[in-house]
Design a binder for this molecule. Structure first.
Ligand SMILES: Cc1ncc(COP(=O)(O)O)c(C=O)c1O
Length: 447
């Protein structure tokens, strides 16, 4: 009988994170100082990040040991299972094998805790008292609140205003785990106040919430900032997903033909798929697909350019696919995918043609989610459902391929979105070219 679920013993939780910077076919364009436009120096980041994470951000080492304290906490839910979606395969009448790596089994319900724990650990070790951060859908904020709870740190979360009201139960999670949560833009920061003055009704955006959280850290000595995606060290911590997946596939004698994950800032995509980069470079037939919403199509319609990571231009300039740092997305339900940019590593690989990208509108995504939920039972997060939709479309080719996707989180707090889809109330939205062209006129002049 074919094995439907592959579990690893806890002794096989990876002992090191994999740093893809060591294997990139060409070096990554350097991040630049937002004020001077010069390549960023480690000390430039010191006001907002602890030194250990700054070193990881720039490290050329292929393997970085996972501290024993972090590995011990990974045991709460890791290793995560790799599951064969046999009932979905049957419903699709496909000759393809579909597997998913289930990252939704963490206490906070997504992959985000893999890096939240690591970041809280290094901050605690360097004497930080409080962490500030932003959250879109609330997945990152809740993971960070739990990680701070475990390490005895205070946690302040700026939650994108539209999600703050759309997703009250994620807010409850953050409160349960001891975090304080503010709808962003808020009047607690100069960047928030400036945006509120210009548009009191703004729904907020990740770019704005990042500005508030960075400002909070930069203006308080006992506080540092944490980011749940985009940065190299976040993708590094998320590599546990791909490393475990590789081992699980190996145990059942499978070799993947197609790897798929959704992309917001790029952390679950990077962590899941990039440990396979050496295989991809040796075998160009291995396809790696990044999936994003048509309402926020950074990879499929953005430009590859230096841009600010946040609206108030406090974060470093990085070269990425961007829709412009002034981008304010429509209130689509995949809140975690509404970021104007992409991880520089992911953007670089897309630009080199190593990875592919694809965009879907939200009704198509929810149709995929329903088909998955009605066959496999698990109810995916709207973000995750982008990967599912693409996996279904790949499986429909019926070409006997081995398709593996990352199940980045569950959708138990996203019932209002499911209800809206079932009632036919979800609107599809394609981000218009004119808006992209306008936003790109605000790109910084670099070089
Ligand atoms: C379940 C889930 N998947 C994916 C994402 C997208 O983030 P990233 O691209 O960093 O993985 C989020 C972001 O909040 C999320 O909550």
């Amino acid at each position: 009988m074919d094995q439907e679920r592959v579990d690893l013993p806890q002794s096989e939780i990876p002992v090191s994170w994999y740093n893809v910077l060591a294997d990139l076919p060409k070096p990554l364009p350097p991040p630049l100082h937002p004020g001077t436009g010069q390549p960023l120096k480690p000390e430039d980041l010191a006001p907002i990040f602890p030194m250990a994470l700054i070193e990881q951000e720039m490290s050329p080492e292929r393997w970085i040991p996972i501290p024993e304290e972090v590995r011990a906490l990974y045991k709460i839910w890791r290793p995560t299972p790799l599951i064969r979606a046999v009932r979905l395969e049957k419903a699709l009448k496909t000759s393809c094998r579909i597997y998913f790596k289930n990252e939704s089994v963490s206490p906070a319900g997504s992959h985000k805790l893999n890096t939240a724990l690591a970041q809280a650990y290094y901050n605690k070790k360097e004497g930080v008292r409080r962490l500030s951060t932003e959250t879109g859908a609330g997945q990152w904020g809740s993971s960070m609140a739990f990680a701070c709870q475990l390490f005895g740190l205070a946690c302040t979360i700026y939650m994108v205003k539209s999600s703050y009201y759309q997703k009250p139960y994620r807010r409850s999670l953050m409160h349960i785990w001891g975090g304080e949560v503010f709808p962003s833009p808020s009047d607690r920061t100069a960047s928030g106040r400036a945006i509120l003055a210009a548009d009191p009704e703004t729904p907020g955006s990740l770019g704005i919430a990042i500005s508030e959280a960075v400002e909070d850290a930069a203006t308080h000595d006992d506080t540092k900032y944490t980011l749940g995606s985009v940065l190299n060290h976040v993708i590094l911590h998320q590599s546990v997903i791909g490393l475990e997946t590789k081992r699980q596939l190996e145990l059942i004698g499978e070799t993947p033909d197609v790897l798929i994950a959704c992309v917001g800032g790029g952390s679950n995509f990077g962590g899941f798929s990039l440990p396979f980069l050496p295989e991809k470079l040796a075998n160009p037939k291995l396809r790696i697909i990044a999936v994003e919403p048509s309402a926020c199509p950074s990879l499929t319609k953005g430009v590859y350019a230096y841009d600010y990571g946040d609206t108030a231009k406090l974060a470093p300039l990085v070269k990425m696919y961007t829709l412009g740092h002034t981008f304010v997305p429509e209130g689509i339900h995949a809140g975690g995918l509404r970021y104007h940019g992409t991880a520089p590593i992911v953007a670089h690989l897309a630009n080199l043609g190593v990875i592919e990208s694809k965009a879907y509108t939200q009704n198509a995504v929810f149709e995929g989610a329903l088909q998955f939920a009605r066959t496999e039972g698990f109810i995916p997060a709207p973000e995750t459902s982008h990967a599912i939709r693409a996996a279904i479309d790949e499986a429909r080719k019926n070409d006997g391929k081995c398709i593996v996707f990352n199940y980045s989180g569950h959708g138990h707090f996203d019932m209002s979105a499911y209800d809206a889809h079932l009632a036919g109330d979800l609107e599809d939205y394609e981000h218009p070219e004119e808006k992209i062209a306008e936003a790109l006129t605000h790109l910084p002049k670099v070089g």
